[in-house]
Design a protein. Sequence first.
Length: 255
Amino acid sequence: MRSLRRRPSVGLGFLSVLALTACTITNGPPPEPVDPLAARPGTGTAQLIGVVKSAEGETPLPLGGVRLSLGDAQAYSNVDGSFTLSNVPAGPQPFAADGSGVQAGDGKYAQFFTSLNLAEEEKRVLDRPLYLPFVPNASQRTIVPDGVTTATSGDGVTVEIPAGGARLDGQPYEGPIAIVNVAPDRTPIALPARFEGRTRAVLTLQPAGIDFPVPVRLTVPESSGDAKSVFRSLWSLDGQSGEFVSDGVGKHDRG
């Protein structure tokens, strides 16, 4: 077991504003309704094309209605999971895939934040689906403001968060949190080649963008094949740089 200080990552905030304004009655035709799922081109010249799929099941299903953004360009995935982000600004830009609005049975899909770098007028087609894990309602635990909150993954990995130990978008966070297992070949973006065949587990903390200003405890259960002493390196995806960074090495001693 070891303490883990999670690095800050790019957050995705939402703000709902209801405004009452004066209106003028005219005899003209009513305005066209605004489609909340309509694509919103950005202010650049690049383009990103891809497909969103569920990370669950033997045959991953496409996910429609996932909100995607890259820089100031926005789109929603179609019923077949396909999406196109148009007029994307060049250079490193925050990328978000938000499946939290896609409800399915007893849960919803995950959020994913990273950074992508496109060149001017580049048309990039993702060479694999963007997989989003499913977050069951039963896996979520509400942050305890004045105590320790423990979230557990399906294979027994636990995260213990002390009082006041979670933030979201720079503010104290007291909402639900979940830790979910992800198959190494079903991560939103492919793991680096150096991790192939060496990955013990891949986990996601939801909602994405959670930041821990104080150390939190991460406990990984032992495997039947573990030696007496096992060293495991911990890596996380830095949402600001889009790079996998080392969080250190943990040592597990069998009793």
